[in-house]
Write a protein that binds this ligand. Sequence first.
Ligand SMILES: [Zn+2]
Length: 73
Amino acid sequence: MTSDDEPTVPIVCSACETTTRVPLPDVAEAVDRHNENVHDGEAIAEIDPAIVESLADLVAEDMGLLDDDEDWD
Ligand SMILES: [Zn+2]
């Protein structure tokens, strides 16, 4: 199970004190599954906040949202 070309994202669970790296496309599902299975549906596990910021930047750039600077009123 080595896939170097697939970006992975760390999921941090403060209750379990674990960090799990999962492929980007599986992140949302992995977080849901962990919280469902381990924490009875409570949203405790989350994507590493440090990563979320850079991901948001990446996604925003990707979508061209950062170019849209004149429309704020
Ligand atoms: Zn947990």
